[in-house]
Write a protein that binds this ligand. Sequence first.
Ligand SMILES: Nc1nc2c(ncn2[C@@H]2O[C@H](COP(=O)(O)OP(=O)(O)OP(=O)(O)O)[C@@H](O)[C@H]2O)c(=O)[nH]1
Length: 603
Amino acid sequence: MSFPQDKIRNFSIIAHIDHGKSTLADRILEQTNSVSERDMEAQLLDDMDLERERGITIKARAVSVIYKADDGEEYLFNLIDTPGHVDFNYEVSRSLAACEGAILVVDASQGIEAQTLANTYLAVDSGLEIVPVVNKIDLPSADPDRVIQEIEDVIGIPAEDAPKISAKAGINIHAVLEKVVHDIPAPTGDINAPLRALIFDSCYDSYKGVIIYVRLKEGQIHPGDEFKLMATGSVFNVVECGLMHATAPEKTDGLYAGEVGYITGSIKTLADAKVGDTVTLTSNPAEEPLPGYREAQPMVFCGIYPVDGARYGDLKDALEKLRLNDAALSFDPETSVALGFGFRCGFLGLLHMEIIQERLEREYQLDLITTAPSVIYRITRTDGTVEMIDNPTNYPDPSLIQMAEEPVTDAHIYAPKEYVGNIMELCQDRRGTFVDMQYIDADRVDLHYVLPLAEIIYDFFDTLKSRTRGYASFDYELKEYVQSNLVKLDIMLNGEVVDALSFIIHADKAYSRARKMAEKLKEKIPRQLFEIPIQACIGGKIIARETVKAMRKDVLAKCYGGDISRKKKLLEKQKEGKKRMRQLGSVEVPQEAFMAVLKLDTD
Ligand SMILES: Nc1nc2c(ncn2[C@@H]2O[C@H](COP(=O)(O)OP(=O)(O)OP(=O)(O)O)[C@@H](O)[C@H]2O)c(=O)[nH]1
C-alpha cells in the first residue's frame, strides 16, 4: 500500500459561486509542487474550455497531491473538486460522500450566500468535518471578522481560528494546508473486507473507454480483478488503476480502502458506470451497496432542432457524443410540424441546458432552434391514469383532465435588506408563496419562498440579479408536486396551430403572455402578400389576436433599371434571408421571430 491510511486526507472545497474555490485549488496544487510553473494555467482543475470561459466548474474532478507538513511527515491529499451550481447538486453530494472533510471558502467581502449554506448542509449531511476559510482578504471591502462571526451565527460552527487568506495573492495558504492535516480526519475502512468503492465521477476517453473515479470505502482492487457495478449489474475486468495527479495519472498495482483513484476496464458507455454506484469484486462481493445512489433526473426539457433540416443526422451524432460524457443528458427524437425533425432533450436545470446548447453550436458547428423550456407536469386523466408530460404537444384536451400538478421548489434568496421589497414583488409575480424571512446579520436577510419550478427556469435568476443590483444569491431544491390551474396555450398563424410555439402555463398568466406573444410576432413577421392573423388560444378559444397586414405594393419595384451587380446583390441577400425563414403552413416566419417569442420573459 502506497500510503498508510492515517496519512491520507480526502477533502472537497465548497463555496458559493465566485468565492474562490478554483483559485484556492490552484494554490494548493502550486504549494504542494504538484505542477511546474509552466503547466500552471489558471484554474487547472477546470479543463473544459467552456468552463474556463464561464469561470465555472461543470464536472467534478479529483486530484492527488503530496504535502510535506510542518510535523515533517508526508501526507497524501486527495482533493475532490465539486461543481458549484444547483443543477449539479447530486454530483456534489456524491463527491462529498467520497470525503472526510470539506474546506468551506467564504468571500470576506460578501459573506455567506445561498449556496454557501446549501453546500454546507450537503457536507454536514454527509458527516464531513468542515474547515472554514475566509478568502479575498486583499479586497479593500473585506471584513473577515464580520464574516467569521456570520459563519458562527448562521452555520453554527466554530470559526474563530479560520485561516484568513487570499487565494489570488497566495496569502496564508500554508495555514489551510496545516488545517487539512490536523482538522480533517484520516479515512478508515478495512482493506481486507469485501470491496466497496463509490463512483463519484466518470468520464469518457476515446482510448481507454470509460474512466471511473472512485473512493474505496473498504477492501482493495488490482489490475486483472473482475468487478461488478452493483446498480447496473454489469461486470468488467480492471485494465488499469491508479492515482490522478495534477498533470498525469500514475498507474499503481492496486487501490486500497481510504484511497481515491481511477479504474479503467473497457467500459463502453457511461450508462454502465453511473455516478453514485458501488464497485465490488465478483470473487468476494459486498452484500450491500453504499447508500445514496439515485439516477440523475432531468428536470427541464426543450425541443432542439437543426435550422437546416439536412443536418438532423449531425445533431443526432453530436448529442450521442455529448451523452457519452454526460449521463444526465437525455434525448428522444420528436417531430414538429413547424420545425421538422429534432429531439426532445432533458436537462438537470437551465444552466445544464445552456451549456449543452452552447456546446452543440460551438463544438459541432450546428445552428439550432430551441423551443421554450418546460418542466414535467403530472396529469391525472378523468379515467384515472396518471401521465408525466414534458412536451406541450402531448398535453391532453382539458375535458380529459381530472387534475393537473406542477413541481414546486423550496427557494432561498439571500440579499441586503433594502431589496426585500423588490424581491417580494418578483416572487409574488412568479406565483411564489412566502414561507419566512430571517436576518443573517444586521443588513442581510434570507427570504424563504415556495416557487413553482416553471417560473424559475426562464430568467428568474437574471431578473433577481437586476432587481437587486447583483447583490442577491439564490438556491432552490425540488420540493413536491402541487395541484395547479394549468392550461395549454396555442399560437395560430393564418388559422394553423404552430406546434413549436405551444406551451403550458398557469391560467392566471395565460392572457398577458398570449397578448405579449401576439404583439411580438406581429412585430417580427414581415408583411406578406396576404393578411396574416396571429391568434393565441386555449382549448380552441381565442384569447388574443393581432394581424400582420398584407403588403401593399411591390417593394422590388424600387429597383428599376439600375446596375446589374446591385440587383444581384439584392437577390443574394434575399436568398440568405430565405434560408433563415421557416415555412409554417402558408406563412414564412423568420428565425428571429421564434427566438424573440421564446425569450419573451427577458424583455
Ligand atoms: N481579490 C481576490 N480575488 C479572488 C481571490 N480568490 C479568487 N478571486 C477571484 O474571484 C473570482 C472567482 O474565483 P474562482 O476561483 O473562479 O471561484 P469559484 O468559487 O471556483 O467559482 P465557481 O467555479 O464558479 O464556483 C476570480 O475572478 C478570482 O480571480 C482572492 O483571494 N482575492
